[in-house]
Design a protein around this ligand. Structure first.
Ligand SMILES: [Zn+2]
Length: 187
């Protein structure tokens, strides 16, 4: 696992997989209180915790439950353990950001990008902007240097077709409004 995984810092000392980190930072901006007990762990660090847990099961000092490295979402960079303040916030606002509470550990939350409605909406907006940018560029290319004031009526009509307005070769109110809306969408 993980040779291609990109990690990003969410605090001075804690990292997550980059998509989970981006989500975490968005949630902080939404009001998630600061506080991380644990985030990404190396397989080696997870194994140390696993060994402590096994030792506890065999009569050693108390240790929190810890999965083997191969099964841990901490090793995958998509889990956080948090204190009570952030835990309460995540219970209320985590789900639509892609974070769900672990069934057995109430301080532990797992990230699933497919459930991150905020990231999905941002990606959709970015895609819509990209499509608008391509359309603007195509229309500008058709119109040439003088833009909609080109003397070439055929080019104006082609541009209107690309813009999706009635084709009359005139840069009238409908065309102007549609063009302004498209340029705004492309910003
Ligand atoms: Zn955990």
């Amino acid at each position: 696992m993980g040779s291609t995984m990109t990690l990003s810092f969410i605090t001075l000392t804690n990292r997550l997989r980059s998509d989970a980190a981006a989500s975490y930072k968005r949630m902080r901006a939404q009001g998630l209180p600061a506080g991380i007990t644990s985030a990404y762990r190396s397989a080696e660090a997870q194994q140390v915790l696993r060994n402590k847990y096994i030792a506890y099961l065999n009569g050693g000092p108390y240790a929190n439950f810890a999965l083997p490295p191969s099964q841990s979402n901490h090793v995958k960079g998509i889990a956080i353990d948090v204190p009570m303040g952030p835990e309460g916030w995540l219970k209320e606002h985590g789900a639509h950001n892609g974070w769900t509470e672990d069934a057995n550990e109430h301080w532990h939350f797992n990230y699933n990008p497919n459930h991150d409605q905020v990231a999905i909406a941002l990606a959709k907006a970015a895609e819509e902007r990209r499509v608008a940018q391509v359309k603007v560029a195509r229309i500008k290319k058709v119109l040439g240097l003088r833009g909609w004031y080109t003397s070439n009526r055929t080019n104006r009509e082609t541009a209107q077709t690309l813009l999706g307005v009635p084709v009359d070769g005139v840069y009238g109110p409908k065309t102007q409004a549609a063009w302004a809306a498209l340029e705004k969408a492309a910003k």
